[in-house]
Unconditional design. Structure first.
Length: 340
């Protein structure tokens, strides 16, 4: 089914409703009250914008291709919130849609799959012809938590289970898919991230004091990192391109950067800290970035081995650089997104 759409010819409202990276963080997109905008991440450069007759609340890119998934949002949604619109930017128009009985909370892409997350259910489709593959019931999931590996050789999907603190890891790489259930936290899961290879899963709970790292192949917990002792709302988790770093953004206005290459061996500790995994608790961040008051923000590593990019919903782009001897990364640039 090919939906119809009206292009906007009136004065634009560029209030940002959504900001998110593509699969390798080489680009990011913003949904606004009047359409969407796509940028190169590092160096920052506006690639294109599409002015539509309403708001876009979710923009999911497929790497740097012409295919983009859109969901309506804002005060005057361009599309119903229970529809996923597949936009072909070569044709500059929608080419298909998926309809649901409830609002869409998030969308995830890889080159052969699309995942749509609702409040209590997740749907997996073949991307080529949009035929359904499976669906799963989950705990209430207002954040649309779900991660999908873009690695063509490791087709991993992770999402909330049906019990508090539980994550389901599905692997569709072989003809006989496998499934593992892990209890990642004692409290509700608040954020998740996969590395680009799909071999490592990072999780944070609603408490926000500990970040746990799991091997997706075995389901075993392999590392644990302490963000702090006070509760925090974790905004975002992201791995480095080669899984050498993990960054954690929170409402404390801080991005913690953890080295995954030099963290202590979990087997060397006999302190369980009340969590029945037998893994080391207390590996603290190697570096910290203090972000000015910007409200909600996300982060990812830049094009170089030692740079970090922070994006906020108020339209600020910040880039930081660091080296192995710096505890606190250096601010390289702080600018506003070009929206015109």
């Amino acid at each position: 089914k090919e939906p119809t759409i009206k292009m906007s010819h009136t004065r634009k409202n560029q209030t940002i409703l959504f900001v998110g990276f593509n699969q390798d963080a080489s680009r990011f997109a913003c949904g606004t009250e009047s359409g969407f905008i796509v940028y190169d991440t590092d160096p920052l450069q506006k690639i294109f914008s599409r002015d539509l007759d309403g708001g876009i609340g979710i923009v999911e890119m497929l790497f740097r291709t012409n295919l983009i998934a859109l969901v309506g949002g804002g005060r005057n949604p361009c599309f119903l919130r229970n529809k996923v619109i597949l936009w072909d930017d070569y044709q500059n128009k929608p080419v298909s849609e998926l309809d649901f009985s409830r609002d869409v909370k998030s969308v995830r892409f890889r080159r052969d799959r699309i995942v749509v997350v609702l409040e209590n259910r997740l749907y997996l489709y073949n991307l080529n012809d949009l035929t359904p593959i499976e669906f799963f019931d989950t705990l209430p999931n207002p954040k649309g938590l779900c991660v999908l590996s873009p690695n063509p050789d490791n087709n991993v999907l992770a999402f909330l289970g049906t019990s508090i603190g539980q994550v389901i890891i599905k692997n569709y790489t072989s003809d006989q898919p496998s499934s593992r259930t892990i209890t990642a936290h004692q409290n509700s899961i608040h954020r998740m991230a996969l590395n680009i290879d799909g071999t490592k899963l990072a999780t944070a709970s609603e408490k926000g004091t500990l970040i746990r790292l799991f091997d997706t192949g075995t389901g075993e917990a392999v590392k644990e990192f302490r963000r702090g002792s006070s509760p925090a709302d974790i905004y975002h988790l992201s791995f480095g391109s080669f899984s050498e770093w993990l960054c954690v953004a929170s409402d404390t206005g801080t991005v913690h950067i953890y080295s995954l290459l030099h963290a202590s061996d979990p087997a060397s500790s006999n302190r369980h800290f009340g969590f029945p995994l037998g893994i080391r608790a207390g590996n603290r961040s190697d570096k910290q970035v203090y972000v000015p008051s910007v409200g909600f923000f996300i982060c990812s590593f830049g094009s170089s081995f030692s740079s970090l990019v922070v994006l906020s919903l108020n339209g600020k782009y910040s880039k930081y650089t660091f080296d192995s001897d710096q505890k606190e990364p250096k601010v390289e640039s702080v600018i506003s997104f070009p929206t015109e």
